[in-house]
Design a protein. Structure first.
Lengths: 455, 448
C-alpha cells in the first residue's frame, strides 16, 4: 500500500552469462517486441506487457492520467465485461496486477505454464479494445483519489518527497507526481483517458516479456497469434526535456503531522545514456554502495553507529531512467539532534569522499554484493522479467544488463572520488526538510483552510 | 540502491501461508532432529549456487510481559550487535564482504534469524561461521543497547502519530485484552525505556534453546552438509528448559467501537475478533471462505462492494492471522472521513450476509479454482519454500502439508465454510476501531 521502492541498480555476476543465453527476442511486423526468458525451475510463467508511456509523458494539467488509465484497463473491453479480466485470471489460478512509473506502465500475470494462451488473449484484447465509459471512469478516479490520500496526503514523508521533486526539477516532468496532483485528478475526464489510451497503447510502443517454464518458439507463435493482428499506431516524436542548470542551492520545508524530522539532500546527476562509453553513472552506483550498501557502509557506520547523530541514514541513486538522474542522501536526526546536525554530518561525509576517496576494500565489498545479488536474482522469475522490461522501456535494451555488470566491476576508486567531486555540489543541490507538527495542531488547519476538523 | 517510484494496485493481503497441489511436484522435504535437539527441515536443490538458512525460536513478543514489553524484540535485534569476540561492525562487514544477506524476522510467535549466501565453500563457510557465533554467543553490549533503545523510542513515538499504527494497537488491545497477543511487538515507549542489559540476556537464556529451535535449510548443499550446518548453528545454545506455553485466547469478546481523532484526511478502519490458530481443524474452510469474503484481491466480495461498485476505497481486505494460539480475524480499509460511516456500514453488512448465508456455489468454485490452480506459484522459489519449511517446523504441521494441500482445499464445501464462520465470527461481537474518525459536529474538510 505504500509507495514501492524497487531496487534495480546493483546487478551483477557471472551468472548473467549463462542467463543471457536463455533470452530470446523477436519483433512482430506490427512493431511489438517479444522477449522470452526461459527458466525451467518451476512449472510457472509470468507475462508482462510494458508500454513506453509513464507520467513523464503527461501534458500540463493532465497529471495522473497514465496511472488512472492503468486502473481503467481492468474495466472491460468490447467482449470482456468490467472486472471479468481479474476473474478469469483468478479462475486460472493466476495472480495479476499492474504498475505505473514516471517512465512506463506495465501489466502482469503469474500463472501455471499451461495458461499463457489465456493471459495473452486477455492482454492483447485490452491493448486495442478497451471500453472506456464515463460511469466507470467516475468511480475509478475516486478510487485513485483515495489512493492519493493514503499514499501521499496522509504520509508525511511521501508528501515531502512530492514537494521536493517539484522543487528539484524546474522544467522536466519528473517534477509532477506519478499519482497526479489532486486538482488534476478532479479535472480529468473519460475523454482524457481515451486520448491517452489511443495514443500510447499500441504494439509498436510496447514490449512483451514472458519468463518461465516455456519454449521461446512456442511463445513467439502464440504472440503472433494473439498480438500479431493489432494495428500499429503512429507514434509522435518524444519531447526531450533539458532541465535548465540549477545555479544555486534550493531549500524547502514541509510541515506535516509527525514526530520525527527528516532531511533529504538531492543532487542532480546523470543517468545512463551510452552504456559502453559512459562511466560516471557506474561510478555513482558504486558510490551509493560504499555509502549505504550494507549496515557496515559509511553512513550507517559513521552517522548511526559511531557518532549517533542520526537514527537512520541512506544514499540512493538509479542510473537507469528515461529522464535525468538524482543522487540522494537522507537522514533522520537522533533524539536531541537537529536537521542541521545531520546535514553537517552528511556534508562531512561528502568532504571526506572528495578529499580521500574510497578504499579498495570498500569498493571490493560493493562489487561483491553486486556479484552475489546477480546470483540471488535467479530465485525470482518476476524480478528477472522486470529487469528486462525496464531496460527495454527506458530505451537501453535488456542486453545492456550484461554491459552494466561488466562496467560496474571495472569502476575504480578514483572514479568514485571524481563523481563525488563533480556532482555533490551545492549548486546542484536541493535540501528538503520535514518539519513535524503535533497531531493536535488543528487550529492551523482552521486558520489556513477555513474548515475545521472539530473535536 | 536505485529508487524507482511505482504505484501498484493492492491485491488483498493473504496472511496465510499455505497450499499445495495438482500435478505439481512438491519439494522433497527431509526432516530430522539434530544432536543438539533442534528440529531440522531440509530441501536439497542445486539449481542456483546459493543457500538459504533460517533458524527460528518460540521467542516472539507474546513471550514478553506487560511491564517489560519490548524485551523480546530487543533481544532479537541485538543478536548481531556483537558475538563471541566479533564486534557489530565485524559481523556486518564480514557478511557484506562476501555478499551475504543476514537478517531476521520477528512477530508475536517467532524470532527468526535468516541467511542467504553463495554456496561456494569460501563464502558459505564464512557466513555460517558468523551466523553460528551470533546465534549462540551474542554479547549484548550495553552501549549498543542504549543506542538501540534511543532509536527504538524515536521510532515508536513516530509510529504513535501514524493512523494505521494507532488503529492497529487499539485493535489488538480490543481483541486480545490481557492476553500477550495484545502486546505491541516492539514494546512501548515507557516499557522500552526501562529495559536494562540483563533483560535481553535473561530472555535469551530463557527462550533460545536448541530443543525449541527450527532450522530450515534450502538450497545448494548435500544432506551431510545440511546435518553439519544444523548442528553448527545450534550445538551451543543454552541448555533446554520446558517450553513456556502461551495462555489461551478468550474467543468471545464484547462488541466495542472506538473512535480516535486524527488530522489525516482518511479514516483508518479495523473490524475483527479472535480468529484461528495455525493448526486449527477449521483452517481450510476458514481460509477458502476468507478468500471469497476479502482475501481474494480484486475478486473478493468486500472489494467488489466497497471499491468496484462504489469507488469508496483504494483497498479493503480481510484476513485471518493463524498463530500458535488463535490470532485475529480482521477487516481493514481506509477512506476519506466524510464517507467512513457509509463504508463501515457496507463492510458490516457484507460480513453479516456472508456469515448468515455463506458463499454461493459459484463463488466456492472460483475460490477453489484460484487456490488450487495457483498452487505451483506458492512453491516456485527457494525463498517461498524456505518459509514453508519454517512454518511446517514451527507449527508442527505434517511433513505432507504441501502434498495434502490441494486435496484439503478440494474438500471444503459451502456448508463447512458457513459452519466454521458461524462458530468463529459473530458480527454482533466484534471490535471496531476508527482512527481519524468523522466527527459528528463537523463533516467539513479543508478544500480537497
Amino acid at each position: 500500500m505504500k509507495t514501492y521502492l524497487l531496487c534495480i541498480a546493483l546487478l551483477s555476476g557471472w551468472a548473467q552469462q549463462a542467463a543471457q543465453a536463455e533470452v530470446f527476442e523477436r519483433t512482430l511486423s506490427n512493431g511489438l517486441k517479444v522477449i522470452v526468458k526461459e527458466d525451467h525451475r518451476a512449472p510457472v510463467l509470468v507475462q508482462q506487457i510494458w508500454y513506453r508511456a509513464g507520467s513523464m509523458d503527461e501534458a500540463a494539467g493532465k497529471t495522473g492520467i497514465a496511472h488512472v488509465l492503468e486502473h481503467m484497463m481492468f474495466k472491460g473491453t468490447k467482449t470482456v465485461p468490467a472486472g471479468e479480466f481479474s476473474k478469469r485470471i483468478a479462475a486460472a489460478g493466476g495472480r495479476e496486477n499492474a504498475f505505473t512509473s514516471s517512465d512506463y506502465t506495465a501489466y502482469f500475470q503469474q500463472l501455471h505454464k499451461s495458461r499463457l494462451p489465456l493471459a495473452m488473449k486477455l492482454e492483447s484484447d485490452r491493448m486495442h479494445n478497451l471500453n472506456l465509459t464515463a460511469e466507470e471512469f467516475g468511480k475509478e478516479v475516486r478510487v485513485v483519489m483515495e489512493e492519493r490520500r493514503m499514499r501521499t496526503d496522509d504520509e508525511p514523508q511521501s508528501l515531502m518527497h512530492e514537494k521536493m521533486m517539484a522543487t528539484v526539477f524546474q522544467e522536466h516532468p519528473y517534477r509532477h507526481p506519478i499519482i497526479g496532483w489532486m486538482s488534476d485528478l478532479e479535472a480529468l475526464t473519460v475523454d482524457d483517458a481515451k486520448a491517452w489510451y489511443k495514443q500510447w497503447y499500441a504494439p509498436n510502443n510496447a514490449t512483451l516479456v514472458v519468463a518461465g517454464d516455456v519454449k521461446a518458439d512456442e511463445v513467439f507463435a502464440l504472440a503472433q497469434r494473439y498480438y500479431g493482428a493489432i494495428p500499429k499506431v503512429a507514434q509522435p516524436p518524444r519531447r526531450n526535456f533539458t532541465e535548465p542548470p540549477q545555479i544555486g542551492i534550493k531549500r524547502l520545508v514541509v510541515k506535516a503531522p509527525a514526530e520525527l524530522p527528516q532531511l533529504v539532500m538531492a543532487y542532480h546527476a546523470p543517468s545512463l545514456a551510452d552504456p559502453d562509453k559512459d562511466w560516471k553513472p557506474y561510478a555513482l552506483e558504486m558510490l551509493a554502495g560504499v555509502l549505504s550498501g550494507s549496515d557496515s557502509a559509511r553512513l550507517n557506520k559513521h552517522l548511526v553507529r559511531e557518532q549517533q547523530i542520526a537514527s537512520d541514514a541512506d544514499a540512493g541513486y538509479d542510473s537507469t531512467s528515461r529522464g535525468p538522474g538524482l543522487f540522494m542522501l537522507d537522514a533522520t536526526p537522533s533524539a536531541g539532534k537537529t536537521v542541521q546536525d545531520v546535514e553537517a554530518a552528511l556534508r562531512q561525509e561528502i568532504a571526506l569522499l572528495v578529499k580521500d576517496g574510497v578504499s579498495e576494500e570498500e569498493l571490493k565489498r560493493s562489487k561483491a554484493q553486486v556479484m552475489a545479488n546477480e546470483v540471488y536474482k535467479r530465485d525470482s522469475l518476476f524480478y528477472q522479467a522486470m529487469q528486462i522490461g525496464q531496460m527495454e522501456s527506458i530505451g537501453l535494451g535488456h542486453r545492456t544488463l550484461q554491459v552494466m555488470l561488466d562496467k560496474l566491476q571495472a569502476v575504480t576508486a578514483e572514479q568514485v572520488r571524481e563523481v563525488a567531486k563533480e556532482f555533490l555540489l551545492d549548486d546542484n543541490l536541493t535540501v528538503a526538510v520535514l518539519d513535524p507538527q503535533p497531531l493536535s495542531g488543528k487550529s492551523k488547519h482552521k486558520a489556513e483552510g477555513g474548515a475545521s476538523h472539530g473535536r | 540502491m536505485a529508487a524507482k517510484t511505482i504505484l501498484i494496485k493492492p491485491i488483498g493481503i493473504i496472511a496465510l501461508c499455505c497450499i499445495s497441489t495438482l500435478a505439481t511436484a512438491t519439494p522433497h522435504i527431509q526432516r530430522w532432529q539434530s544432536a543438539s535437539g533442534a528440529n531440522v527441515l531440509f530441501v536439497e536443490n542445486h539449481d542456483i549456487p546459493m543457500l538459504d538458512v533460517a533458524v527460528t525460536f518460540p521467542a516472539g513478543s507474546s513471550y514478553d510481559t506487560a511491564d517489560k514489553s519490548g524485551v523480546a524484540n530487543l533481544t532479537h535485534s541485538l543478536l548481531d550487535a556483537g558475538a563471541d569476540g566479533l564486534s557489530e561492525d565485524d559481523i556486518s562487514r564480514g557478511m557484506a564482504d562476501i555478499g551475504a544477506k543476514f537478517g531476521g524476522n520477528f512477530d508475536i510467535d517467532r524470532s527468526s534469524i535468516t541467511l542467504r549466501t553463495l554456496s561456494s565453500a569460501a563464502e558459505r563457510d564464512k557466513a555460517l561461521d558468523i551466523m553460528a557465533r551470533v546465534l549462540q554467543s551474542p554479547a549484548f553490549p550495553e552501549a549498543i543497547l542504549a543506542r538501540e533503545k534511543t532509536r527504538l523510542v524515536a521510532a515508536l513515538k513516530e509510529s504513535e502519530t501514524k493512523p494505521d499504527h494507532i488503529a492497529s494497537k487499539a485493535f489488538q488491545k480490543a481483541v486480545f485484552g490481557s492476553h500477550p497477543y495484545a502486546l505491541p511487538e516492539q514494546g512501548e515507549v515507557a516499557t522500552v525505556e526501562k529495559i536494562a542489559i540483563q533483560d535481553p540476556k535473561d530472555f535469551f537464556q530463557a527462550h533460545y534453546h536448541a530443543s525449541g529451535a527450527v532450522v530450515a535449510i534450502m538450497g545448494d548443499v548435500t544432506r551431510a552438509q545440511a546435518e553439519a550446518i544444523a548442528q553448527q548453528l545450534t550445538a551451543w545454545l543454552p541448555a533446554s528448559a520446558d517450553p513456556s506455553a502461551l495462555p489461551k485466547v478468550a474467543m468471545q469478546i464484547a462488541a466495542s467501537e472506538q473512535r480516535i481523532s486524527h488530522p489525516a484526511s482518511q479514516s483508518h478502519i479495523m473490524v475483527g475478533a479472535p480468529g484461528m490458530a495455525r493448526n486449527d481443524p477449521d483452517f481450510f474452510p476458514l481460509y477458502v471462505g476468507n478468500y471469497i469474503l476479502g482475501g481474494g484481491g480484486f475478486v473478493s466480495r468486500l472489494m467488489n462492494e466497497v471499491r468496484e461498485k462504489r469507488g469508496l476505497v483504494y483497498d479493503v481486505h480481510s484476513y485471518f492471522t493463524p498463530m500458535k494460539e488463535p490470532g485475529a480475524f480482521q477487516i481493514g480499509l481506509q477512506t476519506k472521513k466524510e464517507q467512513a460511516d457509509e463504508a463501515l456500514r457496507l463492510v458490516r453488512g457484507t460480513l453479516a450476509e456472508f456469515i448468515a448465508k455463506g458463499p454461493t456455489g459459484k463463488e466456492l468454485k472460483a475460490a477453489k479454482d484460484n487456490i488450487i490452480g495457483g498452487f505451483p506459484l506458492r512453491i516456485d522459489s527457494n525463498r517461498k519454500i524456505l518459509e514453508y519449511l519454517n512454518v511446517i517446523g514451527f507449527y508442527d504441521l505434517p511433513l505432507t502439508y504441501l502434498d495434502d494441500f490441494t486435496r484439503k482445499v478440494e474438500g471444503v464445501t459451502a456448508a463447512k465454510i458457513r459452519d466454521a464462520f458461524a462458530r468463529r465470527i459473530n458480527p454482533q461481537a466484534m471490535a471496531t476501531v476508527i482512527v481519524g474518525a468523522p466527527e459528528p459536529a463537523t463533516k467539513q474538510e479543508a478544500g480537497k
